[in-house]
Structure formats: structure tokens, C-alpha cells
Design a protein around this ligand. Structure first.
Ligand code: C5P
Length: 313
């Protein structure tokens, strides 16, 4: 039996640079792990099937639709000898990361499942091998394996890990009853802004390569908090904020809260504010909560972290 910690992520940067033949979008992102984490315990199931145990009400009735289950099924398919030797796995999932929030909670759980089964079945897979399996399950999952700070290109699965930014606190806020579908966000972006990005594959590749040296990467490398704050960016805000007045209000509230920077994460609807200290984070939360006056608004205070999937102590 083993227990793994699976940290969430925020997007410090998300730019849609082009069209892809597979129907996905070519992205340039800067992904950053945060300490807010799920906790997953893995054990042998004493049968040939996998089991997911989770008491979170919003996860849906069908556990086989969960990415944890899909990750376990993929491992059984790719490693049939180990699967027949060890049998299925039982995964207990303690869900702390909000669902459908733009924080890669499901992706982190899937990454933890790959790492957990790698250990349980003594497969000895390397990080690149785990990342390759992860890419078959979803675009953000390869990043979640090692975590930290990375420039992600392609669908989001091609990773260049970079130096971690200076230590910062993060206030996250999300309307508990609001979920934004990632396919909807990208589809709407394509409908509204499809002419603003590239269609020629060669041009897409060369543009994506140039963006590696963007000002945000320089700010992170220099450890310059003010520069970092000035260069957060997310193209998906252009479709999610107009469609959800509550998220726009939240974004505005963070903008005047004293946080050093604010942005929506991924396809939302979570909005985050970056802060220099825990004290400042608590004050930002207090100011945003007072402005929003919404009992359905959830808050989480956490920090940037350099860790991806790791063993619980
Ligand atoms: O890869 P993942 O399953 O996380 O992607 C969820 C959805 O987000 C995709 O089905 C697609 O609609 C959209 N997406 C995209 N381009 C990307 C990543 C995701 O259009 N690079």
C-alpha cells in the first residue's frame, strides 16, 4: 500500500497560437504546480478489476469515467504481464482540488495513478516513459507527473521544465456551483477568435518556438515578482469572462484586492491572485469575499510548489 500526493496546477500563461490537424489547439503555456493537493492511496484489489473509492459527491456516479480508472486501465493494457501477476488496484481518492475548475485536479489524479501503479507493479518506468503514457490520457497530465514550473507546447504535453519562480502565495476562488467545460471553452474560442491564430503548421511551429523566450519566462528566470505579475496571460479569459458574469466580477474583485497579480486559471472558472506573503493572501481573501458577498464562493490559500506527484510522508 502506498499514498501519493497529487498537486494541482495554475496557468501563469496560456496562449492559443494555432490550429492542429488533430482538432486540438497548439498552445504555449506556463504551468505551475501549487501545494493544494489530492491524496491517493493505492493497494492491490484482490481481483482482476480496478476499484476507485471516493466519497466526493460531485465526481459522478460512474467511477469508470474517472481519469483514475482510465489511467489504471491504460496501465493494465500496456503492461499485461504485470497486470496478470498483480491483478487490479484499489485507489482511495481524497479529493481536495475543486472539480472542473481549471486546476488540473483530474489530471493530477491520473498522473498519480500512473506513478502509483509504476511503484506497485515494480515497473521501473522513467519520467519520460510516464509522460508518454500520460499524454495518451490528457494534455495536462504529463506536466502533473513531475510538476514544478514548465513551458508546455504542442497540445500542452511537450514540456520544458524551467527554474521555479520566487516563492509566492496563491489565493484561489471559485463559485462552488459553477463548472466550465474545457471543450466548450476551446470550441467557443475557435468560433470567436479562430481567425486570430495560425493555420499553417510550419508557421505555428516557428511561432511557438519563439514564444519560449517570452517576457514571462525571463521574469521567472530572473526571480522578478513585479515583472512576473505584469506578464500573466490567458487567452481563454476572452470567452469565459463574457459568458459568466460571476467570473468577471471575481476577476474584477481580485484586481482591486491588493494581490500583486490576478488571472483565471486554464479554462476556469477559478480565478487566482498571487501574493508575497501568507498575511497578504489572507487580506486578499478577506477583501474579495467582502466585495463578492456570495456564500457559494469557495476560497483556498496555498503556495507555489516545485513538486509534482510525491509520496506522502
Ligand atoms: O487533453 P484534454 O482531455 O485535457 O483536453 C480537453 C479538451 O480541451 C479537448 O477535448 C479539447 O476540446 C480541448 N483542448 C484543445 N487544445 C488543447 C488542449 C485541449 O482544444 N491543446
Amino acid at each position: 500500500m502506498l499514498t501519493l500526493i497529487a498537486p494541482a496546477k495554475i496557468n501563469l500563461y496560456l496562449e492559443i497560437v494555432g490550429d492542429r490537424p488533430d482538432g486540438f489547439h497548439e498552445l504555449v503555456m506556463i504551468l505551475q504546480s501549487i501545494a493544494l493537493s489530492d491524496r491517493l492511496t493505492f493497494d492491490f484489489s484482490d481481483s482482476a478489476s480496478h476499484q476507485l473509492v471516493c466519497d466526493h459527491a460531485e465526481l459522478g456516479d460512474d467511477p469508470t469515467q474517472n481519469l483514475v480508472y482510465k489511467a489504471a486501465t491504460l496501465m493494465a493494457k500496456v503492461f499485461p504481464t504485470a497486470f496478470s501477476k498483480y491483478g487490479g488496484v484499489t485507489v482511495h481518492l481524497e479529493k481536495n482540488i475543486p472539480i472542473a475548475a481549471g486546476l488540473a485536479g483530474g489530471s493530477a489524479d491520473a498522473a498519480a495513478t500512473l506513478v502509483g501503479i509504476n511503484l506497485l507493479w515494480h515497473l521501473g518506468l522513467t519520467q519520460p516513459e510516464l509522460e508518454e503514457l500520460a499524454a495518451q490520457l490528457g494534455s495536462d497530465i504529463p506536466f502533473c507527473v513531475a510538476g514544478g514550473t514548465a513551458i508546455a507546447t504542442g497540445r500542452g504535453e511537450k514540456l520544458d521544465f524551467i527554474k521555479n519562480p520566487p516563492s509566492l502565495w496563491v489565493v484561489l476562488a471559485k463559485h462552488r456551483k459553477l463548472a466550465v467545460s474545457t471543450p466548450w471553452a476551446y470550441k467557443t474560442y475557435r468560433q470567436q477568435f479562430g481567425e486570430t491564430y495560425l493555420n499553417d503548421p510550419a508557421q505555428v511551429r516557428s511561432r511557438a518556438a519563439r514564444l519560449h523566450s517570452g517576457p514571462l519566462v525571463n521574469a521567472i528566470t530572473k526571480g522578478d515578482r513585479a515583472e512576473l505579475a505584469a506578464h500573466l496571460y490567458n487567452d481563454l479569459e476572452k470567452v469565459v469572462l463574457p459568458a459568466h458574469a460571476q467570473v468577471q466580477q471575481l476577476r474584477d474583485a481580485f484586481g482591486t484586492s491588493g494581490a500583486i497579480a490576478t488571472m483565471m486559471s486554464g479554462s476556469g472558472p477559478t480565478v487566482f491572485g498571487l501574493c508575497e506573503s501568507e498575511l497578504q493572501a489572507q487580506e486578499v481573501k478577506r477583501v474579495v469575499a467582502a466585495q463578492m458577498h456570495d456564500p457559494n464562493l469557495g476560497f483556498w490559500i496555498t503556495r507555489l510548489t516545485s513538486q509534482g506527484i510525491h509520496l506522502a510522508l
